[in-house]
Design a protein around this ligand. Sequence first.
Ligand code: FES
Length: 66
Amino acid sequence: MDEKKKKTAEFKVLKNGPLQVNGEFVIKSMGGKVIESRNPAFLCRCGGSKNKPFCDGSHRKVGLRD
Ligand code: FES
């Protein structure tokens, strides 16, 4: 994916779960390395994931409620 090309993405909050990202995007590490561009991506909102910034299903144990 050409990183200079303008990207569009849609973010959707899933009830009691992660943030779903659809569209054209890249997620970079603190060092600037691209770590994700798959579509869709699911990002942790509960803070419990052991694979941040991605959801690993831990929101069920944490009891995330909207
Ligand atoms: S939202 Fe799924 S692990 Fe945090």
